[in-house]
Ligand binder design. Structure first.
Ligand code: CA
Length: 223
């Protein structure tokens, strides 16, 4: 899952980025509203963490403009402590949820997960396909009775596949959601990671879950 963080306070931005990366999200950070909007328009984010008070364009105008462009990327807005007006304006502009500063990082994570579930129309924190189960809170994966140890990128890939099961995913789409802005699409890194993941998920099982669609990309499905 790929997240855009728009926050002009560099310390706060770095804190959010580090925390999200530890949770295996791919994160892009920008420090002003206009640049953030440009990124949100051109890149494929699964959610946006958006500060309200920003240089060049505030969070309210940002959200209004993004929604006017028919972009429905979930937005978690960071608002100042005391301002009810700000919260109301934020939600009315089209934000999906807000969090009051200062906040506990665990709450930011929980709210983000909730937004990502809403986007995927899922009501559970556990994703599954056949006998494969992935817990998106603990990041633990299991197939039948075998525990699968995953690296951060493998986890991110598996989560993305499971949120899009039965859908053929091109390398470009995978790169856009799993890697950040600096990813070099000219490499075969995605295939390398998918092979690692496939070894862990499918090796030793008769029924394969990760399938190559020649010339297109990959799909995760039961048969
Ligand atoms: Ca600010």
């Amino acid at each position: 899952m790929r997240i855009l963080v728009v926050e002009d306070e560099k310390k706060v931005a770095r804190f959010i980025q580090q925390g999200l990366e530890e949770e295996h999200y791919s994160v892009d950070v920008v420090h002003d509203g206009q640049q953030g909007l440009t990124m949100a328009e051109s890149e494929k984010y699964d959610a946006i963490v958006l500060d309200v008070m920003l240089p060049t364009k505030d969070g309210i105008a940002f959200t209004r403009e993004l929604r006017a462009l028919k972009k429905s990327t979930p937005i978690l807005m960071l608002t100042a402590k005391t301002s009810t007006e700000e919260k109301v304006a934020g939600l009315d502009s089209g934000a999906d949820d807000y969090l009051t500063k200062p906040f506990a990082f665990a709450e930011l994570l929980a709210r983000l997960r909730s937004l990502l579930r809403r986007g995927a129309q899922e009501k559970t924190t556990v994703l599954s396909l056949g006998d494969l189960v992935l817990d998106t809170v603990s990041h633990k994966a299991r197939r039948a009775d075998r525990v699968i140890e995953l690296t951060a990128k493998e986890y991110a890939l598996l989560e993305f596949f499971l949120r899009n099961k039965d859908r053929v995913l091109s390398r470009t789409i995978i790169a856009e959601h799993i890697w950040d802005y600096h990813f070099d699409t000219g490499t075969n890194l995605i295939d390398v990671y998918i092979n690692h993941l496939r070894n862990k998920v499918d090796t030793g099982f008769e029924k394969k879950l990760i399938h190559t669609v020649r010339g297109v990309g990959y799909v995760m499905k039961e048969d």
